[in-house]
Design a protein around this ligand. Structure first.
Ligand code: NAD
Length: 302
């Protein structure tokens, strides 16, 4: 069965729209998201435009704050502090990657964790690790929501996460192995967590044997066809996070997007599988919107 991230994300956007409309009807201001982009990386431009469009669809105000690639780290830090102190902004993100002369760690660490709607500050990550209420990184949040909405339980299951990045692999593994999490605003209260998690990465030996013991495999490696059919047991659930551009002269763009999974051969064995595109990607964007509403609500409650 296909886990239709596009459909679920549309449903969630509908729910968010209703929540934002209720705010308007009560004469309250709407949530506002800032999106910082540095330079003109075409992939980043596309991601930012998609995020702006998604905000508009649900009635969240979004402002794009663009800086030239030559901006210094110090100036960008000053801009981050301004956003931290701007009462009209509920949350903001800094689109990655940043130019090489700017440290992503320095910039991300400077974001006020209450406005960190990408959930990447050390404060939010630390709170997530400790099981405290936090803003969770958008992709793991989206994957958890997708599993919840298809009623796929994780308790006692063996989940193999391939990839150990700060934005996907690590937070995903933490969420899955935790005791069932506190229900957060806008999140399904499904009992996700309590899984036995194995994290694999580029130095892992015999990935195939490990994957064959998995009930659920989450692949976030950025490597096309990394997960093949002989690595997946019958009835496993497969979540493909990868987004890879591969040349395709038959496509008008000259390329097409594929994930990390050999979808054609893995899908017949899997009980559930996400497609690329249309699986995890739309869930990531809608999670950013949920995180923005969460930051707004926390601010109102302060
Ligand atoms: P990254 O590029 O920072 O790291 C990749 C990870 O995969 C590393 O930890 C590495 O050790 C591991 N890895 C690479 N090759 C491997 C191999 N052959 N065997 C085992 N492990 C291997 O990762 P990232 O930023 O998490 O991104 C991963 C992929 O997910 C990329 O394709 C990215 O574009 C995509 N992504 C998609 C979304 C989405 O919304 N769908 C969001 C974030 C990232």
């Amino acid at each position: 069965m296909i886990l239709d991230g596009k459909k679920i994300a549309t449903e969630i956007r509908g729910e968010l729209r209703t929540q934002v409309e209720a705010l308007k009807a009560a004469d309250k201001r709407v949530p506002k998201l800032g999106i910082v982009i540095v330079g003109n990386n075409p992939a980043s431009e596309t991601y930012v435009n998609n995020k702006m469009k998604a905000c508009a669809e649900v009635g969240i105000e979004a402002v794009k704050i663009a800086y030239p690639a030559e901006i210094t780290e110090q100036t960008l830090l000053t801009e981050v502090h301004k956003l931290n102190n701007d009462p009209s902004i509920d949350g903001f993100i800094v689109q990655l990657p940043l130019p090489e002369h700017i440290s992503e760690t320095t910039i991300l660490s400077a974001i006020d964790h209450r406005k960190d709607v990408d959930g990447l500050t050390p404060e939010n990550v630390g709170r997530t690790v400790q099981g405290l209420p936090s803003i969770i990184s958008a992709t793991p949040r989206g994957i958890r929501e997708l599993l919840a909405r298809y009623n796929i339980q994780t308790e006692g299951k063996h989940v193999v996460v391939i990839g150990r990045s700060n934005i996907v692999g690590k937070p995903m593994a933490i969420l899955l192995m935790q005791r069932p999490y506190l229900s957060l605003p806008g999140m399904s209260a499904a009992s996700l967590g309590d899984a036995t998690v194995t994290i694999c990465h580029s130095k892992t030996r015999d990935l195939k044997s490990i994957c064959l013991t998995a009930d659920i495999i989450i692949v976030a490696a950025g490597s096309p066809n990394l997960l093949t059919a002989e690595m997946v047991r019958e009835g496993a659930t497969v979540i493909d996070v990868g987004i890879n551009r591969i040349d395709d002269p038959t496509s008008p763009r000259g390329y097409r997007l594929v994930g990390d999974v050999d979808f054609e051969h893995v899908a017949p064995k899997a009980a559930y599988i996400t497609p690329v595109p249309g699986g995890v990607g739309p869930m990531t964007i809608v999670s950013l919107l949920q995180n923005t509403l969460q930051a707004y609500q926390l601010k109102i409650e302060e």
